[in-house]
Design a binder for this molecule. Structure first.
Ligand SMILES: [Zn+2]
Ligand SMILES: [Zn+2]
Length: 354
């Protein structure tokens, strides 16, 4: 494994981000910002108090959000690095690369994984001739030859001649144009591998990367989300007042009340021998029934008529004929009724009717 490092490495990296962002958040608003947003001039004391309060709140959120995303981000980083490693291990060097001097097959003397956020990973392979001939050659894993291109003179587009004059503290490159004589000098300080000194880091890390506070924040945010849901629910009820009024006006019938209601409604009808089954008390409560149709009606007419009648009878109650409808055999009609108990279900029921 080349890319994947111990977990502590990622924790350190994340904590450095956190410290940076919190340091910024802590001082994000200045006195003059506050003054600018007030029409009346504030007393210095007052504006300082407001600035302090705002920054404290700002810091609270930034710090909390950083904690909330910590685990997820670290495991994302780790799996990205694992992915790089996998790519590197699975990549094979192009074969049959020949020395341009002696035409012998060259060998891979060095390889290098290049990772770039915007581009797919690639591996660069360096080839040497067994006899040490120059030039060495380099190929990407896709078989493309990699060639060093000299930078161009901005004045006449001729490739620069470059001389390195590095000093102990910086990389110095002098580029001279062989065509027009234009000269450029670049000086890059040698900081690679040297972390900038940050004497306050450990102190600030203890302040900003505090697990106990982070957990409190996450808990508080979850509570806040729950609260938002409750408020939304109340608002939704306000908005759909009609709907909820209708639900409130539905007759909520118990099983015996329902039976009585149905029996009563059949009083003036030609049906006979209404029988209810034992109610089925599960997640939803249902009750089967059978009734006889003594008329000469055909099956279809008999079923449709009863189903229409029951729909009308149950309209103002919290009971409905189940969607499997009514069966008919030899003048005996059977079906099931179901109860809507929960308010949410009742709302849907009324809404559907609309
Ligand atoms: Zn050779
Ligand atoms: Zn030039």
């Amino acid at each position: 494994m080349k890319y994947l490092k111990p977990k502590q490495h990622y924790i350190d990296r994340y904590d450095r981000h956190t410290v940076e962002r919190c340091r910024w958040a802590e001082n994000a608003v200045t006195d003059s910002n506050v003054q600018k947003h007030h029409k009346k001039k504030l007393a210095k004391e007052e504006s300082e108090r407001m600035t302090g309060a705002f920054n404290k709140l700002h810091l609270y959120f930034v710090q909390g959000e950083m904690y909330a995303k910590k685990e997820e981000t670290i495991s994302k980083w780790m799996s990205e690095d694992e992915e790089h490693d996998r790519f590197y291990e699975d990549t094979k060097a192009p074969s049959g690369i020949k020395c341009v001097v002696c035409n012998r097959e060259m060998f891979v003397s060095h390889d290098h994984l290049e990772t770039n956020l915007d581009k797919p990973d690639r591996v660069l392979f360096m080839y040497d001739c067994t006899l040490g001939h120059i030039p060495r050659r380099a190929f990407c894993d896709n078989g493309e030859e990699w060639k060093y291109k000299k930078p161009l003179c901005p004045k006449c587009q001729t490739p620069f001649e470059q001389i390195d004059k590095d000093t102990e503290k910086q990389f110095n490159t002098i580029s001279t144009c062989p065509n027009c004589g234009h000269v450029e000098e670049s000086k890059i300080p040698k900081t690679v591998g040297m972390e900038k000194e940050d004497p306050d880091f450990e102190r600030d890390r203890a302040r900003f990367c505090n697990e106990e506070e982070g957990m409190k924040y996450v808990e508080w945010m979850n509570t806040a989300k729950e609260l938002t849901k409750v408020v939304e629910k109340i608002e939704e009820k306000e908005k759909n007042k009609d709907l909820y009024d209708k639900v409130a006006n539905l007759k909520k019938l118990t099983v015996p009340q329902l039976k009585q209601h149905v029996v009563d409604s059949f009083n003036d009808e030609p049906y006979i021998n209404l029988v209810f089954e034992q109610p089925n008390i599960e997640r939803i409560v249902t009750i089967g029934f059978s009734i006889e149709d003594p008329t000469e009606q055909e099956e279809y007419d008999s079923r449709t008529k009863l189903s229409k009648f029951l729909k009308e009878t149950l309209k103002e109650t919290n009971w409905r004929l189940m969607s499997d409808g009514i069966d008919y055999r030899l003048g005996v009609l059977t079906g099931r009724l179901r109860c809507y108990e929960k308010e949410d279900d009742l709302v849907k029921l009324v809404y559907k009717k609309k």
